[in-house]
Ligand binder design. Structure first.
Ligand code: DX5
Ligand code: ZN
Length: 224
């Protein structure tokens, strides 16, 4: 089975103590920091912006997986790459020129990720399978942490995994899942082909964060 990348979402961190929270999940075994940028337009919530990403980049010891839930990704994605995003994840529903945006992000030296909402047809991303490094299926509607996992995500992961295999891109493109990930839901999406898992509440809310992250790493193995 594939090793699982665990990306704790800083949305669930104690925002009065970000530096300690960042260090805490790094020590606990996190692979990426997941940063939920929300603009109050594409999603109702308003969260982090460029200064936060730039400040985080100065202290982070692991890559930044920056998920921009914004109405104008074509205009702002590059700014987030310059601020320090290692993986820049934009929403297919919001991008006007997704192919061009993929090229622009790659040319700036970051990995490209495309996020799809639960109600978005997977086929929208099929013309771009050669141009992306990560495809992230939302397993909740974006905007808030702590929501319940949408079970239909499991079959969507499996269908995307098949499409990547048919295209000969299964080894190159990471399937990431975001929303409602726990020790119960992680093995289901991992078995369907997901190899990166975002987890906010489950990791930051755990009394033992190392144990929580370890349980997600195990989701890809038969021990889960
Ligand atoms: C939702 C965000 C998620 C969220 C996940 O819009 O994209 O990354 O923080 O939080 P949990 O793991 O609590 O569902
Ligand atoms: Zn996210």
């Amino acid at each position: 089975m594939n090793p699982i990348i665990v990306a704790p979402s800083l949305l669930a961190a104690d925002c009065m103590h970000f530096a300690e929270e960042v260090a805490s999940v790094e020590k606990a075994g996190a692979n990426w920091h997941h940063v939920d940028v929300m603009d109050g337009h594409f999603v109702p919530n308003l969260t982090f912006g460029l200064p936060f990403v730039a400040a985080l980049k100065k202290v982070a010891k692991i890559p930044l997986d920056v998920h921009i839930m914004v109405a104008n990704p074509d205009e702002v994605a590059l700014d987030y790459v310059r601020a320090g995003a290692d993986i820049l994840m934009f929403h297919i529903e919001a991008a006007r020129h997704p192919h061009r945006l993929c090229q622009t992000i790659r040319a700036a030296g970051a990995k490209v990720g495309i996020a799809l909402n639960p109600g978005t047809a997977l086929e929208l991303v099929y013309p771009l399978l050669d141009d992306v490094d990560v495809i992230m299926l939302m397993s909740v509607n974006p905007g808030f942490g702590g929501q319940k996992f949408i079970p239909q995500t499991v079959e969507r992961v499996a269908a995307l995994s098949r499409a990547l295999s048919l295209r000969g891109r299964a080894k190159q493109v990471i399937i990431e899942v975001d929303g409602g990930i726990t020790a119960q839901t992680a093995p289901q999406v991992a078995a369907a082909g997901a190899t990166a898992l975002v987890a906010g509440t489950f990791v930051f809310g755990a009394s033992d964060r190392a144990k929580a992250i370890h349980s997600l790493h195990l989701a890809g193995s038969s021990e889960a």
